[in-house]
Design a protein around this ligand. Structure first.
Ligand SMILES: [Zn+2]
Length: 249
């Protein structure tokens, strides 16, 4: 058992939750029980994740996509029902959006590079003046083999725009919906991996001769919460459970 306060203080500090400008209201979004025995981890704050967390006996849910973006303007409809569920069950909700994309130890993007033993890691993916991704180098492989490996490791389906070199070595990754970073990818990497597919970058990628792999918004953002689950289990006397609710997108 650990106190909610101890856990949130640790997370706020470790993830630099208040230092990163974001449309997500990061940190504790809903407070519940004072003491935490079990924490559920999920990508999305939604009723399906909440019910599964309750059924698993969790006192707290930590997500990448929280409930509150740019502040709450009304508590009605779906927002009301989701908040009511958490409040009635005294389950706390903690969100870490950009802080969990860009984190150098447990972030979605560094975790992706770790899966492929990438080296020479550098910042990548400039978004409103901050780097939210990473790039690195691994043993050279064919673009289609790389996509196949991603599918296996992330249990996802990849869409590939194979417009660059057939053999790739330098990879840049920005989880989620980050296709707009394509121009930076053209300058720096052999292959750019992001989550959500985007029609509008097709011709840019083709004309710039760069490879892009869309590995799924959900799939690329399971990595950070899973890494955080492992860390909190080590740091605190709590149980951790990952709630898998894939969107297929
Ligand atoms: Zn996302």
């Amino acid at each position: 058992m650990a106190s909610l306060k101890k856990i949130t203080n640790y997370l706020d500090d470790y993830l630099k939750i208040n230092e990163i400008k974001d449309s997500s209201v990061n940190g504790l979004q809903v407070s519940g029980k004072e003491n935490i025995n079990k924490i559920a981890f999920a990508v999305d704050a939604c009723t399906e994740s909440f019910s599964a967390a309750k059924d698993a006996g969790a006192d707290m849910i930590i997500v990448h996509h929280g409930l509150i973006w740019n502040g709450i303007t009304s508590v009605t409809g779906i927002t009301y029902r989701r908040l009511k569920f958490l409040i009635e069950n005294e389950i706390s909700l903690y969100a870490a959006h950009l802080p969990l994309d860009l984190h150098p130890e447990v972030g979605n993007n560094i975790e992706f590079l770790k899966l492929f033993n990438a080296e020479n890691i550098e910042e990548f993916g400039n978004y409103h003046g901050i780097f939210i991704g990473f790039m690195g180098e691994f043993a050279e492989r064919r673009i289609n083999d790389f996509a196949g490996e991603i599918q296996k490791k992330l249990n996802t389906n990849c869409a590939v725009l194979p417009f660059g070199k057939e053999k790739v070595k330098k990879v840049g990754v920005v989880s989620g919906a980050a296709a707009r970073i394509v121009n930076e990818a053209v300058e720096k990497v052999d292959v750019f991996v992001t989550g959500e597919a985007s029609h509008e970058v097709y011709h840019t990628a083709k004309e710039a001769k760069v490879n892009i792999i869309f590995a799924g918004h959900y799939a690329t953002e399971t990595l950070g919460v899973k890494a955080l689950a492992k860390l909190l289990k080590e740091k605190f006397d709590v149980e951790a459970v990952f709630i898998d609710v894939p969107t297929g997108l």
